[in-house]
Design a protein around this ligand. Structure first.
Ligand code: KG4
Ligand code: ZN
Length: 365
């Protein structure tokens, strides 16, 4: 049992960095007592998240949602061990709403507040009790694939991340969303594209695989996206027949999975050099795109071939949620780390920023 685990009360987590309004309560050991997630659907008509609409929706829904999640958990505010909220990176309006709300609860009930880095919350999900037999010990190799980020990092502790590679243009989720849009799918494009691809022939269109085989483990997706646009332009104008759309979706998804598996393979070699002697190291995949089954299969193969074990959280914990935020809060609180109430939410907050290793005093007014 980690230090601080025994006496830590339940932790409330709040997620509002993009278009999910979510709250969860975990007990001090990380068991989920209750969770509620509301995916805002108002953005679909615009084909993307509208920051102002998202912020207003968080403001509207969060108070009732937090009350409900506390009721379902059977926990009183005064009995919480802390409050954690995504405080960056993300859309600043939503971050201000969620972090401000969490600070209000912390102040009213004299609780520690944790400003959670949303990327670290994805990164630490693999350590949630029950997900990995024996827990996911540090260090591990992380492939973070979401709507705004695509990177490979060595996760060496809470607040300690060494970046190995990143995208030089688009994030992979962004590529899914843009190709989904080109194919006339709803928002977000990723899940819809995966469903469409299930009926498609992945070998019909040999799409480019950017940076495949190149040294290092950076990513690039804009060329692949352009190739899909050029391919679509070769079809007659008007709605694309279902099978043609499915074949394009499957070809795109297969190209993405091949590229990600190749980049992860390079990162596995880099990780081994950084941590020689580690027995059966872990490759952890996290973020919304990690919900994709074709990608998970490709990564499992790449990991197995290199003596790594793939850890892929259940899809509902890959996409944005508040369980991961509460858990990241617990990880910090166990180490005696919390943030002062003047901690400002940040639209940009890289995993390897110097203040990720911050050691703030317990929260106070
Ligand atoms: O982690 P996440 O929920 O939010 C961010 O922090 O960005 O990731 C959202 C991204 C979106 O781009 C969405 O299209 C993509 O993850 N996504 C998927 C799937 N589910 C979500 N992409 C491919 N296949 C999926 N099944
Ligand atoms: Zn996310």
């Amino acid at each position: 049992m980690a230090s601080g685990e025994a006496d830590l009360g339940p932790v409330l987590g709040i997620e509002s960095s993009c278009d999910e309004t979510a709250a969860a309560v975990l007990d001090g050991a990380g068991k989920v007592l209750a969770e509620i997630l509301l995916s805002q659907s108002d953005h679909a008509a615009y084909g993307g998240v509208v920051p102002e609409i998202a912020a207003r929706a968080h403001l509207f829904h969060l108070p009732g949602l937090v009350r409900d999640v506390m009721d379902r958990a059977g926990v009183r505010f005064a009995d919480l061990g802390g409050v954690a909220a995504s405080s960056g990176p993300g859309l600043i309006g939503g971050l201000i709403v969620g972090a401000g709300f969490a600070k209000g609860v912390a102040l009213a009930h004299r609780l520690p507040f944790v400003a959670v880095n949303h990327l670290e919350a994805h990164a630490l999900t693999a350590r949630l009790p029950g997900l990995v037999e024996g827990g996911a010990p540090f260090p591990y190799l992380l492939l973070l694939v979401s709507g705004g980020h695509c990177q490979l990092a060595s996760v060496e502790g809470v607040g300690r991340h060494r970046r190995l590679g990143t995208t030089i243009d688009d994030a992979v989720g962004e590529a899914f969303d843009k190709v989904g849009k080109l194919l006339g799918l709803g928002w977000p494009g990723g899940p819809a594209l995966e469903r469409l691809a299930a009926a498609g022939d992945p070998a019909r269109h040999p799409l480019p695989r950017p940076l495949l085989g190149r040294p290092g483990c950076d990513f690039s997706f804009s060329g692949l996206k352009t190739a899909v646009a050029q391919l679509l332009a070769r079809f007659p104008p008007g709605p694309l027949p279902g099978q043609d759309a499915a074949d394009i979706a499957a070809s795109f998804q297969t190209a993405v999975a091949a590229v990600l598996a190749d980049r992860a393979a390079h990162a596995m070699a880099m990780f081994r050099d950084l941590h020689p002697g580690l027995d059966a190291p872990l490759l952890v995949v996290a973020g919304g795109v990690a919900a994709n089954a074709t990608l998970r299969i490709a990564l499992a193969r790449a990991a197995e071939a290199r003596g790594f074990r793939l850890v892929a959280p259940p899809p509902r914990l890959c996409t944005d949620n508040a369980v991961m935020v509460a858990w990241a809060g617990i990880e910090r609180l166990r180490l005696g780390l919390s943030d002062t109430l003047d901690h400002a939410p940040r639209p940009r907050w890289p995993l390897d920023a110097p203040d990720m290793t911050r050691t703030a005093a317990p929260a106070s007014a």
